[in-house]
Design a protein around this ligand. Sequence first.
Ligand code: ATP
Ligand code: MN
Length: 477
Amino acid sequence: MIHRTRIKDIFSAPTSQSYTVMGWVRTFRNNQFIALNDGSTISNLQVVIDMESIDQATLKRITTGAAISAHGTLIQSQGKGQSVELSCETLEILGDCDAEVYPLQPKRHSLEFLREIAHLRPRTNTFSAVFRVRHALAYGIHKFFNDRGFVYWHSPIITGSDAEGAGEMFQVTTLNLLNPPKAEDGSINFKKDFFGKSTNLTVSGQLEGELAALGLGQIYTFGPTFRAENSNTSRHLAEFWMIEPEVAFFDLEDNMNLAEDMLKYLINYVSENCKEDLAFLEQRLIEEEKQKPQNERSEMPLLEKLKFCIEQPFERLTYTEAIEILKNSTPNKKGKFQYTIDAWGADLQSEHERYLVEKHFNKPVILTNYPKEIKAFYMKMDDDGKTVRAMDVLFPGIGEIIGGSQREERYGHLMKRMEEMHIPVEEMDWFLDTRRFGSVPHAGFGLGFERLVQFVTGMSNIRDVIPFPRFPGNAEF
Ligand code: ATP
Ligand code: MN
């Protein structure tokens, strides 16, 4: 076995020694200079070829996209733009790549085009950077919770409960759709289905997370969730990953503190650990924004924006206070919002959330105590009987990044809300057991992982921060 040195490591390795590197050719200039990348870092290694010592047939096979192995001596670079280069002594082609048909040419491709060839996106600078940052965030999330004594809990992905009410669900079935078994009344007989009942893909691991928190104390989930909502926006996917901590003995304020601490920790974690990738993504964003009209460009470069979010406390206010601000805001009075805010009770749209964050407060915002009508059944009722202890964290450029609440731990109150909201109580008996036996105050939230990756990488479309995006009309690969 040949010992391969990763390109990331070679930049800090001692010179005047021999190394073998392997990777994919990004460019090949003057029949002499190969820019080689192996995915370990955004930086390419310059591999310098001695034309005399390499046969013509091999030389022709060094094309953009080809995989090669190169052995040689690491030397201080003569040229500009890199500190070291590999003076190549032997070169082997591992995998040819016909430049005539290879879709990735050494030029800038649009993100839309790259989405159509998502299977090749890991070969590009932008996507390799995004996916390294995505990895670092995932690792940071586990580290954050592990360091604080949380238990990683796996809520089921196929669920027999369809009572969450958070969104439309994808049904899971092995029944023959052309000729499903029927019950006497003509309806489909799910007793004959694989699980003996109707099942769906989960929209959230929260309810099962609550069961765990009321025994293990503090847990978090980090898994895929699925929503068959027909929202073709730059912030919605049909399959996305969610992080859902749930903590016993927590109230709404504890919950807000945890959410703010976690977001700041994660932003700080990637700022420290993904410096090169973030610098690259910042530059990419600056280039992209040059195409946009002045007023749509972001006011701060990416890294500054990340720092800005870590350095100050998030603004905390109630829904009621936010409605007052929005009602009296200039865009509302001038009819600039698509949905005018005229009364208490209105559901906030992304345009309103972004106004609060980007124009009014100019920092992340946590909105609390929403009207009960626009929130889920399990949120704890405030004493006024009108609002619930909900909290949404709103971020610049994103809008809602976290949704959470203190949960209704009182059996009677919860039953009343479930009946009012037509939640099938019989199917939820297992959930109600937590409130029957040793119920305690508890709280939790859901962080949309891709929205966090979007914020940190500055990518404007959520479809560009997950390897294989699923959205209405698309489940390629
Ligand atoms: P939105 O109003 O933006 O659709 P939501 O109120 O439906 O969000 P929740 O049910 O509270 O969201 O889910 C928790 C978090 O999951 C949200 O704050 C968001 O970050 C993320 N999220 C929700 N729906 C999606 C989706 N379709 N694609 C990606 N992330 C999502
Ligand atoms: Mn939604």
